[in-house]
Design a protein around this ligand. Sequence first.
Ligand SMILES: *Cc1c(COP(=O)(O)O)cnc(C)c1O
Length: 350
Amino acid sequence: MSASSTARLNVDLAALSQNYASLKRAAGAAEVAPVVKADAYGLGMAGVAAHLARQGAKTFFVARLAEGLALRTLVGNDPVIYVLDGLTDPSAFAAQRLRPVINTPDQYQLWLQGPSEVVAALHIDTGMNRLGVRPDQIADLPAARHHGLALVMSHLACGDEPGHPMNYQQLMAFRAATDHFPGVARSLSNSSGLYLGPDYGFDLVRPGICLYGGGPFGTAHADIQPVAHLSARILQIRELKVGESVGYGASFVADRDMTLATIGLGYADGLMRSLAPLGFVTVQGERRPLTGRVSMDVFTVDVTGLHVSDRTWVEILGSSQNLDAVATAAGTIGYEVLTRLGTRVPRHYT
Ligand SMILES: *Cc1c(COP(=O)(O)O)cnc(C)c1O
């Protein structure tokens, strides 16, 4: 690894392909449409979306219009791109052939008044109460005569809890609501939803986190490979005497003589401060606990007994410790761990 960098994020494109293939198997006949919002969950939309397009992905989802515009230049004219935020400026969607996901009756009207080449999806809220039209608003929507409605979709609130009764309630509500749109393709499931069973697949599924090595149910699935490998270099090694303290707040006090490594990654890079009490890194194949607090640019690890130098790299996230394990140790979810990875960490695609 380059001597000039102190941290790097390796994005394993082969693992990404495997996860995409594994999701396609799990999805059965449904199309798998990758969700690449938030810079492909922090892994870099340019590297990730272009790779998935080469693997055959034909439809993508982003959250923001700006993400859709950026994605269009990355993947060219052919792929379908849906923008989850809703419809703002119909001419902007028309210019780049982006498809709005319409969330309100007003947006629906705006769509019908705008250029007829704008093809759209309609988001129906089946119980999450976040985005989408309510089922009781559907009857009042005028027919989309000259405008193409390509997809009706909804989103599961509790898909990551397979036993939650709300999954079935939303499934039933979705079926009833989509009866109003015969012949229009349907989509209900994100990553976890597509593992709830064939009933949840419909025509298209929208996985994000499982493509990137997380979940589906808050723990790693046997078929899902780690994609993000986050490592950082030791900047300095010091001998610590019993009774000496480490870092801000002197929160860690050595209970014996020990060897300490200071590593070049901190909360400004997205390493959460909350990881410190329970977090581990892997140094030369061994798990070692974090000592003291995570600082802005560095954190410290007990490396007593290991033959390390200031050229040794340690792994924070990857094969040795997967995304869900890191998230659990930090008291959060894999989505937050990935999307917080800072731009200061260079991404490499292998
Ligand atoms: C983010 C998002 C997804 C992807 O969810 P994952 O849990 O990452 O698979 C799918 N659909 C919608 C509407 C989303 O906002």
